[in-house]
Ligand binder design. Structure first.
Ligand code: PMP
Ligand code: GLN
Length: 380
């Protein structure tokens, strides 16, 4: 693990605190999730639910995850054996890769990739085979030939994140079909990171579709999500894995030695949150869409070239029109220049040049915080 330094998120948040900057780097909201969820957590803590929960997660949370999967995505998972509660999506991803990959196995993933992917693949002794997402005609896309070329005899699994951090891309039905077809053809597994499943904006070209729902994919997909984004509780670290009994059993084997179990009193609270009415999810998305528009407009006015995200709560901006040539240098200088923190996207690429001039801003912040950031950025 020597090549892995401090994560860019911790580094940039520390820079924001040190310089008193507006932090649009690390993606975490600055408001709380549903009141009923907060009350349920407090009640669980005061109600004595403070000891180790059951290994797979408490039954009412697994039942709520199962019901949510059915209601939103039409997928059926048995709460007893096909669902595992984890310490956030991060642990779910790490445990899945550790469980399913042998040293030397190859993992196909799309770059830019969320930073824990490279670390989890390295921990398993596996090898990443990145396929680059490039901006063309107003959206990020991959070259189908490049995707096909990434598959081979050592491919063990595809790691797919849609809606995608940091680009805001939502993979289309045609793209998902290509990925699924290759998984079936090469008889490999898929691990899907769907933590932004409820953040697809009304003007997106595609709705969110879980890869697990495509023909031939249900039994070869380990589907992962978490509560942090959807319910604005990133610090609670409750995630989950849904898959077949044997695959969930394999992931559980690893999870039990990473954390054993996690967040006892928060689990009943997430069960409550998952039962929120459909209007909660709609308002959450509409609110973030408005914030997206607010920040994209401000960034464009400040001189960045902006590719409007279709999902997630991140926007990627190109620094070239502002004379920038390197995102790391640009982000390190930004606090001094105007008191704003962003994240250089190049750290999420193996092909660093593909992301050298791109930086990421998070818009999951109160309106006045976004207004202040936008006002400061106009000084550039
Ligand atoms: N995957 C992606 C794409 C993310 O953006 C995040 C961010 N936080 C995670 C996984 C981690 O989720 P959690 O906080 O639930 O571990
Ligand atoms: N997922 C969040 C982001 O991309 C934060 C993750 C983290 O801090 N590890 O900004």
């Amino acid at each position: 693990m020597r090549p892995f330094g401090t994560t860019i998120f911790a580094e940039m948040s520390a820079l924001a605190v040190r310089t008193g900057s507006v932090n649009l780097g690390q993606g975490f909201p600055d408001t709380d999730g549903p009141a009923a969820m907060l009350d349920a957590a407090a009640a669980a803590i005061h109600g004595g639910r403070n000891q180790y929960p059951p290994g797979p997660g408490i039954p009412e949370l697994r039942a709520a995850i199962s019901a949510h999967q059915r209601a939103f995505w039409g997928l059926d998972y048995d709460p007893d054996g096909e669902i595992l509660v984890t310490a956030g999506a991060t642990e779910a991803i790490a445990a899945s890769i550790l469980a399913l990959c042998e040293p030397g196995d190859e993992v196909v993933c799309f770059e830019p990739y969320y930073d824990s992917y490279a670390a989890s693949i390295a921990l398993a002794g596996a090898v990443r085979r990145p396929v680059t997402l490039r901006a063309a005609e107003g959206r990020y896309a991959f070259d189908p030939a490049e995707l096909r070329a990434a598959f081979g005899p050592r491919t063990r699994l595809v790691l797919l994140n849609s809606p995608h951090n940091p680009t805001g891309k939502v993979f289309t039905a045609a793209e998902l079909a290509q990925i699924a077809q290759l998984c079936v053809e090469y008889d490999v597994l898929a691990v899907t990171d769907e933590v932004y499943e409820h953040l697809v904006f009304s003007d997106a070209t595609a709705p969110h579709v879980p890869l697990a729902g495509l023909p031939g994919m249900r039994d070869r997909t380990v589907q992962i999500s978490s509560a942090g984004k959807t319910f604005s509780c990133t610090g609670w670290k409750i995630g989950w894995v849904c898959s077949t009994r044997p695959l969930v059993s394999a992931v559980t084997r690893v999870k039990q030695f990473l954390t054993y179990v996690n967040a006892g009193p928060l689990q009943p609270a997430i069960a409550v949150a998952l039962e929120s009415p459909p209007s909660y999810y709609q308002e959450f998305r509409d609110d973030l869409q408005r914030k997206r528009d607010q920040l994209c407009k401000g960034l464009t006015e400040a001189g960045f070239s902006v590719l409007q995200p279709e999902g997630t709560y991140f926007v990627t901006a190109d620094i070239t029109p502002l004379g920038g040539t390197d995102g790391v240098d640009f982000c390190l200088a930004l606090p001094e220049r105007c008191g704003v923190v962003a994240v250089p996207t190049q750290v999420f690429y193996d092909d660093v040049d593909a992301g050298r001039r791109l930086i990421r801003f998070a818009f999951c912040k109160r309106d006045e915080v976004l207004d202040e950031a936008v006002a400061r950025l106009q000084r550039l």
